[in-house]
Design a protein around this ligand. Structure first.
Ligand SMILES: CC(C)(COP(=O)(O)OP(=O)(O)OC[C@H]1O[C@@H](n2cnc3c(N)ncnc32)[C@H](O)[C@@H]1OP(=O)(O)O)[C@@H](O)C(=O)NCCC(=O)NCCS
Length: 270
């Protein structure tokens, strides 16, 4: 069975078998055109029709590949196609000098966890996903942006930390940090001597009107301030959805905050 790059004519047939992948549907129709533009959207065909896909996104600075959107037509499952696609993505990643592969799997998705385990991926981190409804908050916002002049001490950023951009986990290294600071995307609560909360805001490239917030750490008070800032900012900027990703086990109670799922960030050296 040959793995090849997807072509425009594959789209309709793939979207047809990706309508009801999960209880809530699927997001492949939202990302197909972006992934085609980015390249490395891989497919397997049977009798001329695409029956399985996955996308590989290489981060050359971080030397990592992000493997996403693994989908196999339900009529063709359990024949090794997902494994074949992942192995192909890893091979391409090696050719692009990547040394680590990551993928994100919902903690309830047992078959995908088995698949990843079989291919030697390990559970690396647990992440929680919350949604927050944008809302006008009538209180003075005490949040500040990290800027170049008062760059926060690096000790505040635990090493090997990730932030989420377009549902990809990217390393928070000097390279990404400097562009996030330039774009005013890192917010904090507190002062230089006592930082009580830190978060990163990114727009979703694939979903309209959606902002993604990675919450890195915070005291209860700091987290409340961050949530209230983000809620008001979301309202002001007319976002429809605020999606929050965090490794923290709990966020403070907020009537507009709803826990959605948890995910495993799976990792393998390649
Ligand atoms: C998960 C999915 C991609 C697997 O595709 P597949 O082509 O059937 O997978 P493979 O044949 O390569 O299976 C490899 C291993 O995965 C595990 N696995 C696959 N399907 C499984 C199932 N239904 N139950 C338990 N384990 C399963 C097994 O360990 C399997 O090895 P085995 O067949 O030797 O036991 C496919 O079921 C799918 O498209 N699911 C919906 C979308 C999805 O969840 N994508 C992943 C999001 S991270």
């Amino acid at each position: 069975m040959i793995v090849k790059k997807a072509s425009a004519s594959d789209k309709d047939k793939v979207l047809e078998f990706c309508q009801k992948t999960f209880s809530w549907g699927d997001y492949i129709s939202n990302v197909w055109d972006y992934w085609m533009k980015e390249g490395d959207l891989l497919t397997i065909h049977e009798k001329g029709s695409p029956i399985a896909i996955c996308h590989a996104s290489f981060n050359k600075e971080g030397k990592q590949v992000w493997i996403e959107g693994i989908r196999v037509n339900p009529l063709f499952r359990r024949r090794g196609y997902a494994s074949l696609l992942i192995r192909k993505a890893e091979n391409l990643a090696r050719q692009n000098d990547c040394t680590t592969a990551y993928m994100l799997i919902a903690s309830s998705n047992v078959k995908s966890i088995n698949l990843a385990r079989k291919l030697n991926y390990k559970k690396y981190e647990n992440w929680n996903f919350y949604s927050l409804i944008p809302k006008k908050i009538d209180q003075k916002q005490k949040i500040k942006f990290v800027n170049y002049e008062e760059k926060l001490p690096s000790v505040l950023f635990p090493s090997n930390f990730f932030f989420v951009k377009s549902w990809r986990w990217l390393p928070l290294d000097d390279f990404s940090m400097s562009s996030l600071i330039k774009e005013k995307r890192i917010i904090y609560f507190g002062n230089d001597n006592n930082i009580e909360g830190l978060a990163i805001l990114t727009d979703s490239e694939h979903f309209n009107d959606t902002i993604l917030i990675t919450i890195i750490f915070g005291s209860i008070n700091g987290l409340k301030e961050i949530l209230s800032y983000v809620q008001n900012f979301g309202h002001q900027e007319k976002y429809k959805r605020i999606q929050i990703l965090t490794k923290l086990k709990y966020l403070p109670e907020n009537e507009n905050l709803e826990y959605q799922f948890s995910f495993y960030l799976m990792k393998q050296k390649i």
